[in-house]
Unconditional design. Sequence first.
Lengths: 426, 206
Amino acid sequence: MGVVILIIMAAGVAAMLTRKLPTAFALVLLGVAIAVVAGASFTGKESVLDTVLQEGSPMLASTMIAVLLGSWLGKLLDETGIAGTIVRKIVEFGGDRPTVVALGVLGVSALIGTVTGSAPAAMLAGIIGIPAMIAVGIPKVTAAGTILMGIAVGVPFELPIWQFFSTALDLPVPQVRDFMVKLFPFALVAAVAYVLIESRRRGVEHTWSLKSASAAPTSRRERLGDAPWYALITPVIPLILALGFELAIIPSLLAGVLYALITTTRPREMNKRLLRTLYGGFEVAAPPIALFIAIGILLAAVQLPGAIEALEPLVKAVSPQNPVLFVLVFTLLVPLCLYRGPLNVYGLGAGIAGVLIAAGIYPAVAVLGIAASYNQVFGVADPTSTQTVWSAQYAGVSPQQVMIRTLPYVWAVALGGFCVTAAAHL
Amino acid sequence: MTAGVREVGTDLDEVGTDLDTADDIDLAVRLLAGTPTHEARDPELLRQWAYAADEFGSALPATDLDSDFHAEIVERTDGLELGLIARYRSRPRPTVELFTDTLDAAEALIDARGWRHWYPPGSPRAAALAHEAVHERLHHGPDRDALRRALGHVVLRAGRFTRYGHVAGAEEIAAHAYARTVCGLGRSPLHLTAALADAVARREVK
């Protein structure tokens, strides 16, 4: 039976890789198929309808709310000009030293990465940051990669991600936070190394381009001007509250929303802006929320007793217990999280993580180490992830070019994550 | 301001939209306005910077391409596809790429529009080399500090310490102004660039 489940999983991966099915739909179908094969009844206890679909779909509800609030805050950073102002100031201060500008944009991307993820995060930092970097001579691939590496520096502190791992892996938030704090230095060192090494290797590039003669039309929002200096600390407000004061994730994000609003908006415009950005946040959060519903369904399916019983011997046989082997095997498997592969934590990887925990093969915190490390790779180098596609295309290069340039650095981050996991939790 | 009458040269939407009436500074303002980080700038400030950058570039001493210009020159033929006329790269070794298909298209456009009195034969190529020579010079030499001072964009002042900010796009205007001056052109290469971009967009050039 376990083999049949693995074949179904492989078929699901094939459907995602070949884009026959959107990831969210494929995961729901996988969940239902696994439940049926695992012998779950149609209704009642441990069933397809009541357990997998009814209980599975809202399983990650708190993550969905955190994602929505992060998207809301991201919308506010955009509409109030906070993100744009930070990037502009960095270019003004360091513009004749391209490496300084790139490091500055990297820092802004990291800050934004702590608030929200995916393409909206890349857009917040990249809409001004990418052309500004190119304008000071940073080559296009380096510029796109800088945004992505920067966001990845912020990811270990992205509160919705903490919530996701906490709920999906059934771990307390402080335990997730502790691991993420350990992962952060690897992400930071790799990102700074990327900027310094790539700037050194590729140098600067200036083009006399036909585009330079055409001015882009400026919208009303773009003409709003700089946000006040005290509003610029908005992205760190939720982080300070959650990390420094150990406040819960949702109130921390709400505090960020309120701070952005109060520091940038006249009282009579507050209601209107809050509603407009909240509705905009829903639009931004729709794709990840759809994915989290599907992941919840898949997690509910692989946690059924029949599925655990069927998969346990197979997964146990191929999962290394020796720490050195653990690091080696999972490091070599890094490419399997690219192109929506089976180790992508926002795809089948979440199901595999569920199996590893439910079958008791690794402690939940070790599975967190595996998933969080792969997440650092996926978020930067996967040519099918929305932030990579957006950044590359906006810079005028292909996502594959960005993948080739960034992969060695994020692979090293994953290696660091696996080493920490093996040393501390195996 | 009287209702229904706009102040001349202060509305970015109308600056340089007509190549026949836009002067070189209008085009430079348009370049700055289209450069990220200037979205919220006062158009008058952009005009002031455009003047300063243009004057700076025009006043730069001429570079002897044989002795002072160290970049290797490489010719390519995919400029129209990439939307490029020339490109300077500092690594692995300083290189100027000249996109000969775009330069040929520029020559043809000059003939078609009757602009030979502004752009003599061979001048687009000479302007491209001069333009990239400025980028190399600003990248390696002390001139980039001088450009920042000339623009006068103060971002921090603390007692006697003054930090002049970078103005994105100003280097490009300076490079065009330098090329116009040393190549003896009647108009800035920006004017030719705008016309060429327009022709490519209308598929007059293939």
